[in-house]
Every structure is written in C-alpha cells, then in structure tokens.
Write a protein that binds this ligand. Sequence first.
Ligand SMILES: Nc1nc2c(c(=O)[nH]1)N[C@H]1C(S)=C(S)[C@@H](COP(=O)(O)OP(=O)(O)OC[C@H]3O[C@@H](n4cnc5c(N)ncnc54)[C@H](O)[C@@H]3O)O[C@H]1N2
Ligand code: MOO
Ligand SMILES: [Mg+2]
Length: 427
Amino acid sequence: MVAKRKPMPVAEAVQAVMNVGNEAKKEAIPLANSYGRVLAEDLVGDHDVPSFDRSPYDGFAIRAEDSTGANRNRPVHFQVVGEIGAGTVFPRAVQAGEAVRIMTGAKIPAGCDAVVMLELADEHNSDEMSIKRALSPGDNISFQGEDTKKGTPLVPKGTSIDPGVIALLATFGYAEVPVAIRPRVGIIATGSELLEVHEPLEPGKIRNSNAYMMAAQVERTGGEPVLLGKLPDDLDACIEAVSSALQEVDMLITTGGASVGDYDYVPDIIERLGGNPLFNKVAMRPGSVTTVAEIDGKLFFGLSGNPSACFVGFELFVRPILRRSLFFEKPHLKRTKATLGKDYPKPNPFTRFVRATLEEDDGRFVAKPGGLDKSGSVTSIAGADVLIALPGGSRGYETGMSVDIFLLDDHKGSEWPWENIVASYKS
Ligand SMILES: Nc1nc2c(c(=O)[nH]1)N[C@H]1C(S)=C(S)[C@@H](COP(=O)(O)OP(=O)(O)OC[C@H]3O[C@@H](n4cnc5c(N)ncnc54)[C@H](O)[C@@H]3O)O[C@H]1N2
Ligand code: MOO
Ligand SMILES: [Mg+2]
C-alpha cells in the first residue's frame, strides 16, 4: 500500500511557494529590445510634457488681446512677421498687431497667447492676414505640462513594458532601460514513453509535448526557459539530472512521475537530494499530484505528466513566484467573473480549474470550456484564454451561473486572488 497523501488547499499551497524567497535582479538593456520585459525601477517624469507651450494646429500665433472686437463685419488685420515649423523657435517677442505663421508642434513665440487655425484666417498676401472672430488668451495652445508634470510617477517598477511604456521611456531619454533579469527556469520531462518531437510514433509511446508547452508558459510569464531534455524512468539518472540542473538554473520543473506509480520518482528524488517538501498533493483537479520542494535553496516543481494537469500546475504555482522574481507587485493570475458556458453536473470534492475560451455574448463574457475536460487531455489547452475555478462541493454547476475566472494571457495580475472563491450563483 502506498502512503496516503494529504491534499493541501490551493491557497495554502500557493502561499507555501510564495513564502520561499526569490530575489528579483535587474540589468540594463537597449530600449529597442525592451518590449515585453519588466521595468525594474519606477519611471518618474523628469520634465514637463510638453516641455514648452506649443501649437496644436497649423495657423497663426497672435496676442489674443489684439483680436478684441473682431467680427464678421469688422475683421482685425495682422502683419505676418515670420513662419516657424515644429522644431524651429521664433527669435524675438511678438509685438502688438503682429502674427507668426506657425505649424503644429512649434513652440509658441514669446508674447503670443493664442493660435488662429489656418482655415479661419483670411490670407491677403504673404505678410498680412485678418480674422473675423476674437480669441481669448490660451485659445488653441497646448500648455507646458498639460500631459504630465515633472516629478509625476508614471509607471511603477514591476510593470510589463508595452508599447505605451516604450513611448514614455523614449520621451524621458531612456536609451538603456532597467529591466528585471529573466530568471532561468529549467525544464526536464520524465518518462520512458516519451519520444522527441521529430520522431515517428511507436506503439505505447507519445511525443513529449509538456516540455515545449512549459517553455512557452515560462516565456509568457517573463522567464527564460532552459530545456534540459527528457529522461527515461530511471531513478539514478533522474537524481543525477535534477541535481546538476539545479546548479545551472534559478528554479527547476520536472513533468511526470509525480504520482504514486512504480516509476513515479519525484518523491524519491526530493528525498535523495535532501529536499524540503512543501506539499505533494493539492485539493484541485487537474494537478492534484503537484509536488513542490525546496532543494539546495531553490524551488523544485514536480508537475504532473498529464498535460492539462501540468499546464494548470504551472499557472497556479510556477507563474506567481516567477513573476515575483520579476518585480511584479501583483504576481498571480488576474481574477474576474464570467458566465459559465457549459453545464458541470458532476460534483467534485476538489476545486476544478477548467480550460476555457472567453467569448462575448450579448454584452456578457461567457467562459466556454473547450476540448476534453480530463487531466490527460492535450486538446483542451490550445486557445484557452482563462481557467474557470469551480470550487469543490456537493453540487454541480449549470450554464448561466456566474463563475470566477483567471485570465491566462494578462500582464496586470492579481495581488492575492484566493479569497472568497465561492460556489457560484445565478447571474
Ligand atoms: N493509483 C493512482 N494513480 C494515479 C493517481 C493517484 O492518485 N493514484 N493520480 C492520477 C493523477 S490525478 C494524475 S494527474 C497522474 C499523474 O501522473 P504522473 O505525474 O505520475 O505522470 P506520469 O505517470 O509520468 O504520466 C502521466 C500521463 O502523462 C503523460 N505524459 C508524461 N509526460 C509527458 C510529456 N512530457 N508530454 C506529454 N505527456 C506526458 C504520460 O504518458 C501519462 O499518460 O497520475 C494519475 N494516476
Ligand atoms: O493531478 Mo491529476 O490532474 O488531479 O488528474
Ligand atoms: Mg505516474
């Protein structure tokens, strides 16, 4: 008889992993390579934007007071004393009755406090124009600091660098960007049934899909995957491989061999390497066999060999600690609500995490499970936008109920999403 494992509630298990320290480190990289990386310092504007009053239109810069009384019957005339495009500065202060032809983005000349759009000016010749409407000071000016003022905190560290953040980094002169160093995450697949991806199928064998799936999950999270190959079910070979991999990487994941079978060596590997097991069973499906230990001060994740269980185990346990070591303040999957798009009549004692797409139906988000909902299914993962959390209990779930969902391809995250995941109710 195998020893019975005690399932740990999901929240407790996630917390146990998060309690293991994983320090974030930073490096500087060129701005052009920074998309998708994580900001390692707060971004605070060190100048006003715009940094000078400028024209939002092609037109004429004038002194508003000179236009007083202008109307259709009594146009006011201006002498056009120069022309400036964006990037050029008018060299002197503008005097009474003068106007400067100005293009969008050019600095408002000294003395001027309004801009007349070209379409509203009657140009008589190159050095004279008139207007039929009075302007007030400030009309058609983009003011210094109207976008943001010097000293304003703009983007906190731990933010994923998206195109908008890149624009800010460029605006404030970051030719080099401080970013989180991508933690190196080792990946080892175990199982004598595994073939390389290029190999033809043989009776009783399958191709190793989990390792490549997890490499992509590591990348999506922001880490650097280190594919360390696959191993047959041989305890000594596994111990040797895990032990040497742990020297090379920041954290290590294996897939397969986490259960209680004759060739499931994860528990023995942890024991033989003197690891400190955090848990070896979680009250969830799929992924109940998820095992995590600390070995030589590093996290070792023994994820299930079953593809859907492996996928879920990664998202719930590896992702948050990886994000923590990338400076993320909200390292967990972002939680929100949707309407359930399929019945789940069978009650389950454990919380179920169902891979699903998120679709819009009549203004509501509906989470629709796809593919076979079994731990061993590989088809239910592709295209999944969310995991639906269906808490364990004595009742099943019906289409139309409101359920908690976790977004998979999101970079904002949740601080701690594990409170009050309750049985759903009709929305
Ligand atoms: N008597 C019991 N049997 C099982 C239990 C249990 O509690 N008692 N738990 C079941 C649950 S739940 C799961 S999940 C699986 C976990 O299996 P292991 O983590 O031990 O993984 P393996 O036995 O090595 O493989 C399981 C399954 O996955 C396939 N596999 C393995 N590696 C890969 C890979 N890299 N790519 C694609 N597919 C892979 C493997 O061929 C097996 O079909 O145990 C249950 N059994
Ligand atoms: O760990 Mo298993 O996935 O619960 O099916
Ligand atoms: Mg097994």
